[in-house]
Every structure is written in structure tokens, then in C-alpha cells.
Design a protein around this ligand. Sequence first.
Ligand SMILES: Cc1cc2nc3c(=O)[nH]c(=O)nc-3n(C[C@H](O)[C@H](O)[C@H](O)COP(=O)(O)O)c2cc1C
Length: 335
Amino acid sequence: MSLHIGPWALPHPVCAAPMAGVTDRPYRRLCKALGAAYAVSEMAASNPRLWDSVKTARRLDHAGEPDPVAVQIAGADPDMLAEAAVFNVRKGARIIDINMGCPAKKVCNQASGSALLRDEALVGRILERVVAACAPLGVPVTLKTRTGWDRDSRNAVRIARLAEDCGIAALTLHGRTRCDLYTGQAEYDTLRQVRQAIRIPLIANGDIDSPEKARQVLDYTGANAIMVGRAAQGRPWIFREIAHYLAHGTHLPAPTYGELREHLLGHLEDHYTFYGERSGVRSARKHIGWYLADLPGADTLLPRIMTLDSTALQSRALRDWLEDRPATAPAVAEP
Ligand SMILES: Cc1cc2nc3c(=O)[nH]c(=O)nc-3n(C[C@H](O)[C@H](O)[C@H](O)COP(=O)(O)O)c2cc1C
């Protein structure tokens, strides 16, 4: 089972979801090293006035990330989005993903993100314009969206057909509406309907947190691939676990404390180099919290880690704690 996005043939159908503030370059590189066939970057602003900020400069840095580098753009102005797409291609993007799924106020207030789902004519203009700008560069354009604005106005099937007609190369669908935010359970009936309505690849997203769930969602929806977001936080090896299960029907062993140490400390090194000392020590805390969540004994370590304000102290504390655990024992959360 493979996934094709334009000219890119990806070896298996397990993808990492874009998450603003999380899926930065160090994290994407790690996800890819641990089995994600594909990873989409955090959203990049389509407004050129923001392109010089430090934050945006970091988001434009793809050095050392295995291809295809996929960059997500968000906005509501077709020309500005097309310009942003070309700008990102010049900075190394090999695939452009348009975000129409983000419920964040910052995005929705400007009538972009998932708010666009209420204006299908504008959706069409955006998709056409961005595809037309990227086609001469040989860069496929994908769309990531939700099932609709709210449960009474689910229009994912119409949006999917529109996307296909406009030349979108693949569609990622999160099984919630904008108004659901992240509440309740993702539903997959709409994804199944969408799969039957279009020919382009469909990537299923929402609440996929285990190899079994990935198998169920693929089987139920008929989607070509799955995309994992929150379940990979602090657990980037989930991609190879899912890929292995989909290919062989068996489970890989859980990572050991020795492997956790290697992945976590390696991640932190890359993170510190990318963000620098001051910003690095702070932004690493959330990742550390996710890695250690529910590990036996971590509840006493975590509050102390959160107060350390140098990268050297932070990684030393983690190294010491992990070296006290048996390297070959599985690092498994408390039930
Ligand atoms: C912290 C966070 C940030 C996110 N940022 C983005 C984003 O920038 N662009 C986007 O399309 N989706 C974004 N999402 C949505 C995810 O890509 C994904 O669709 C959603 O989390 C559902 O998948 P999951 O259940 O596997 O997490 C974000 C989600 C989270 C939790």
C-alpha cells in the first residue's frame, strides 16, 4: 500500500499531521526518521509582511529534512496564497498544502482556515489560483480540511469534488466539523462518502492513536493513507509501529528506556540547535512533558525539569533520570 502525491510515490501510507508550535523541523525530521512517510510543516502565513519575522524564518528552514518537504499555507486571498505558495517553493517546498481545517481564532477571524468552508466559491478560486501558480513549477498542491462548518452543514463531499476539479493532488480530511473543535469523537462516515466521490488520494485524519485504529480507519473509509497528529506527541515512533502493523499485521516491541533516551536526547539536541539557548529551553518543555507523560516515576521529575532554565541542565536532568532506568526494559506508560 503506497501513497502518491503528484510525482511523489511514498513508501507507505502513514503521515505526520501539521501542528502549529509542534511540527517544527527537528520534530518532522525525527518523525520521518522513525517511520513517517510524509510530514507536513506548520502553517506558514500567506501575508508577505510576516515573512521576515524570526518565527516565519524558522518555519521556512527545511535544511536536512528528507524530501518531499511539504509546507502548509493558510489565508483567504487567492493571489496572496498563490504568491505564498511560489515563495515557499523557492524556499524548498516540494508539495504545497492549503489549510482549510484550522479552527484557531487567529485564522478563522480573517475568514481563512476552516471558516472558508462556508464560502465554496472562494474555496474554488483559491484552489484554482494556487494550483495554477504551482503547476509550472512541477509542485503538487494538496488540501487539508474538516468535514464542514458544523454538523448541519457538512459539505466535505462538495469540497472534495471541487478540489479534484481544481487539480488538487490529494485531500486530507479530519473527521470533525469546525464547530466540533476537538470535542467528541472523529467520525469516519463522511470520509467514506468522500472516498467514494473522488479519485484523488484521500488521507484520513482524526483520533488515530494506535496501529489497530489505523487499520480500522483505512478499512472503513477506504482512504489511501492515514495522518496522525496528537498521538505522535512524545511518541514519534508511532509511525513505524503503525507502518509495521499495516504491512505485517504484527506489533513492533515498545521502545526501551535505552531507545527513549536516544530519541529524546537526540530530539533535544536538534531542538536546541534550531531554536538557540533561550527559546530552546522553553519550547522543549512541552515535548519533554509528552515524552514522559505517565511513565512510572516521571511525576516527580517533571516539575523539576520545568524550572530548569538552561539547555545543559535540562538535558542533563533527563539523561541522569533515564540512565537510572534499565536500558533494555520497555518504556511504557502506567496503565
Ligand atoms: C497543537 C495543534 C496544532 C495544530 N495546527 C494545525 C495547523 O497548523 N494546520 C492544520 O492543518 N492542522 C493543525 N492541527 C490539526 C491537526 O493537523 C489534526 O488535523 C488534528 O489534530 C486531528 O488529528 P489527531 O486526532 O491525529 O490529532 C493542529 C492540531 C493541534 C493539536
